[in-house]
Every structure is written in structure tokens, then in C-alpha cells.
Design a protein around this ligand. Structure first.
Ligand SMILES: Nc1ncnc2c1ncn2[C@@H]1O[C@H](COP(=O)(O)OP(=O)(O)OP(=O)(O)O)[C@@H](O)[C@H]1O
Ligand SMILES: [Mg+2]
Length: 407
């Protein structure tokens, strides 16, 4: 029926092995409400059930940290550290340590991943206050940073917070799109960081030079911003085009949806080469200097773009669709991404489904499970009621979460 599970060259052993990355061991130390947890599971999907506040989403969040980025809640590093009481001193002083370690099984290989915090170097006079840095180890070796995780496995998620994606501000959708784009272009996140950093340098220069900035430096910064911005815009456009095609493919199961990136820079790439778009962006930055000096930031750029989404059948902007329709569109987009990742990289991502069952009727739930499992992906699903997961019976391991323990 749906996209076939990808055959893996790794499946050379005489028994069948799951070729797609699956989390088979998870060790949490001082992470959220877990003082210490060691969980071993098979490469099959996992269902976590338990009462509100038991620690289900925290487990998914830990797994989301096995991919680049700040995890599914976009939390600050200090928030991951277990605090025993509100206002716990160790968390507030920034000295709290936490760690997430995991084994990812890929066919017959196992990769060990560890991530947590480490204090930064000793403070220099006048430097920023001591901050903690997230460190990543892959098979015991220090990695360059979270970005190195992109080569190991992708993790995708659907959480209740995402239900507001179409009604919240553009920044949420932009981040959502950039997260997806990073799955296909491993330089995307680094480009965005460099772009944001250069934009801040330009703002400081404009603000502090009181109308008389060093023009050579300013032009150099704008040149960099334009180059990075056009690369960011091009990557977004490319992914949106591919996602739209993937969405059109899944038409019989999902409500049709189509996507577009809306932004000046993305628009300039319409039928124009990148160099021309860079020129336009540079000109716009130059023309906006006086205004930007007053308002701060920059009036033009990829930091202002938005992901526009429509429900195809009614040609209705997603934010005007009903709650249920919005949910269906969101699931369709996430599924299209999972499918596209599986086909383009050859490996399905680990898929985290936080409380999705609660908002879907049984048929829709089963379609969702079938689609994701059909791609070979390992699902980690949570819910308060085990009955919601009947469609995963015999296809998943059922675990119970209660107050920082899992059985
Ligand atoms: N840094 C932290 N230190 C200690 N406890 C924390 C920390 N952050 C969150 N918690 C607590 O962890 C508990 C579990 O949170 P989690 O979001 O995983 O619950 P859940 O099982 O998903 O519940 P729900 O069904 O309501 O979504 C909560 O009581 C939360 O307040
Ligand atoms: Mg939860």
C-alpha cells in the first residue's frame, strides 16, 4: 500500500534486522523529573502511558535531543536539569548537570550518543558570565556540537504545542520550516546562526555609530548577510517544493495541503539566479540603514519570512481552518517530511508522537500508525490511556511511566 519500507544494504545478516535507526537504550541522569533512569527496549516502537505529570513527554524530549537543535520544547539548557524544588539553588546557579545517553541501533550497527552540559572555560575579565555549553559525544568521541548528530539519525515529532502552529506568529512557522530544512541540508542551521550573528553585528554598528558607521565594515556585513540569506531562502524553497510534492502524493489519506515560503528574499529567487537575489538583498539592506538604525534589526531579510499553508480542497489558509482540520494538515506535513526523509536519506527518522491519539478518531490514528510504521520508523508515542493505542498492539512495546520510573 503506502511507501514501502526501504530495503537496507545493512540487512546482510541471515536474520531480519531493522535497518532504520531505533533507540534501543536510553539513560537519563538528573534530567527533568528523572534522577536516574536506564531503559532498554527492542528496536520496535514504544508506547509510554501514565498519568499527567508522570514524565512521558520528558522521555520524548530526551530523545529529541539526539538530533540537532534544542529539542521538542526548545528549552534552555538549564531547564533540563532536574530541580528538586521550585527555585532549586543548583539549577539557578547554573551548576546543575544533566545527561542523556542513548544507543541507536541501525541495522547491525549500534551507535552510542551522549549529550549534556559542561561548564564553559574560566571567565575572562569582561567576558560574558559563565555559561554552560551542550556537549555531544558519539561513540565516546567528542563531536563538534549538536550539528554532528544530523549524520547519525533524524528525529521528528508531533506535540500538542504544535497545534497552534498556524495561528501563532510567523517565527514559530519559520522555525518549524528551518527544522525540517535542516534534515535535508546539514549546513542550514549553521547558516542561520551565522546570519543571525551577522545581523546583530550590523545592528550594533548602526546603533553605536550614531549615523556615521564605518561604511566598509557595514558593506562587508551586508554582503555576508545577503549571501547567507539567499542560501537560506534557496534551501527553504527547495524543501517546500519537495514537501508540497510529497503532500500531493499522500492525497488519498490526508486533506490536501500546499505550502509556500513567503518572504522578500525567497520571492527574489523566483525565476532569478541567486546572484541577482543577493544584489537585491544587499541593495535593500543599504537602503534600509537609516530606518534600521532607529528600529533595530533589519526590515528586510529571511528572518522575517513565513511558511504559508493552505488546505487545498477549499483553498483556505490553514489559520482559517477548524481546529481538527488544522491538526490534520499539521499531521500531513509532518508525515510528508518523515516520508521524504525516508526516501531521500534512505533512513526513516525516529518519530515522537506526544499525545496525538487524544485528538484523532480511531481510524485516523490507525492510518497514522500504519503510515509511520510502513516507512520503517520507530515510533515513541505517549498518552494517558492505553486504549488509544490499540492500533499498535503487537507492533509496539507498552511501558508505564509513574513518577520518574518506567516499568
Ligand atoms: N527541570 C525539571 N526538574 C524536575 N522536574 C521537572 C523539570 N521539568 C519538568 N519537570 C516535571 O516533570 C514532570 C513530568 O513532566 P512531563 O511533561 O514529562 O509529564 P507528562 O507525563 O508528559 O504529563 P502530561 O500527561 O500532563 O503531558 C512534571 O511534573 C514537570 O513539572
Ligand atoms: Mg506530556
Amino acid at each position: 500500500m503506502l511507501a514501502p519500507a526501504l530495503a537496507s544494504p545493512a540487512a546482510s545478516a541471515d536474520h531480519t534486522v531493522a535497518a532504520d535507526p531505533a533507540v534501543t537504550r536510553l539513560v537519563l541522569t538528573e534530567f527533568r523529573n528523572y534522577q536516574s533512569l536506564a531503559l532498554n527496549v527492542a528496536a520496535q516502537s514504544v508506547v509510554l502511558t501514565g498519568a499527567n505529570g508522570a514524565g512521558k513527554t520528558n522521555v520524548l524530549e530526551a530523545i529529541s535531543l539526539l538530533a540537532p537543535g534544542r529539542g521538542l520544547r526548545r528549552a534552555k539548557l538549564a531547564d533540563f536539569a532536574r530541580s528538586q524544588s521550585a527555585g532549586d539553588a543548583s539549577a539557578l546557579s547554573g551548576t546543575a548537570r544533566w545527561a542523556v545517553a542513548a544507543e541507536l541501533t541501525k541495522g547491525i550497527d549500534t551507535v552510542r550518543i551522549g549529550t549534556g552540559v559542561e561548564a564553559s572555560q574560566a571567565d575572562e575579565v569582561g567576558s560574558e558570565p559563565s555559561t554552560e555549553r551542550r556537549v555531544v559525544r558519539i561513540d565516546g568521541q567528542s563531536a563538534r556540537g549538536p550539528a554532528a548528530l544530523a549524520e547519525i539519525a533524524a528525529v521528528r515529532w508531533l506535540t500538542p504545542q504544535m497545534d497552534r502552529l498556524f495561528v501563532d506568529g510567523a517565527s514559530h512557522r519559520r522555525r518549524f520550516l528551518d527544522q525540517i530544512t535542516g534534515g535535508y541540508d546539514t549546513n542550514h542551521a549553521a547558516r542561520i546562526s551565522a546570519y543571525d550573528r551577522t545581523l546583530r553585528q550590523r545592528s550594533v554598528l548602526l546603533r553605536e555609530s550614531h549615523g556615521n558607521p564605518d561604511r566598509t565594515w557595514l558593506s562587508a556585513l551586508e554582503e555576508t548577510i545577503a549571501e547567507l540569506g539567499v542560501a537560506i531562502a534557496a534551501a527553504r524553497r527547495d524543501v517546500v517544493a519537495r514537501l508540497s510534492a510529497a503532500l500531493a502524493d499522500g492525497g488519498e489519506v490526508h486533506p490536501g495541503a500546499h505550502l509556500a515560503v513567503q518572504g522578500d528574499v525567497e520571492g527574489w529567487l523566483d525565476g532569478q539566479p541567486a546572484l541577482a537575489a543577493e544584489g537585491k538583498f544587499r541593495d535593500a539592506l543599504e537602503a534600509g540603514r537609516d530606518q534600521d538604525a532607529i528600529t533595530g534589526g533589519a526590515a528586510t531579510g529571511t528572518h522575517r519570512s513565513d511558511l504559508a499553508v493552505w488546505q487545498t480542497a477549499k483553498d483556505m489558509p490553514a489559520h482559517q481552518c477548524s481546529t481538527g482540520e488544522q491538526k490534520a494538515i499539521l499531521i500531513a506535513i509532518v508525515l510528508a517530511d518523515v516520508r521524504l526523509l525516508a526516501t531521500t536519506t534512505g533512513l526513516a527518522p525516529v518519530v515522537l508522537l506526544d499525545e496525538v491519539a487524544a485528538h484523532l478518531d480511531e481510524d485516523r490514528r490507525d492510518v497514522l500508525y500504519d503510515l509511520v510504521l510502513g516507512l520503517g520508523a520507530q515510533i515513541w508515542a505517549t498518552g494517558t490511556d492505553v486504549k488509544m493505542f490499540r492500533g499498535l498492539e503487537d507492533r509496539a512495546q507498552f511501558l508505564t511511566v509513574a513518577a520518574g520510573t518506567i516499568t
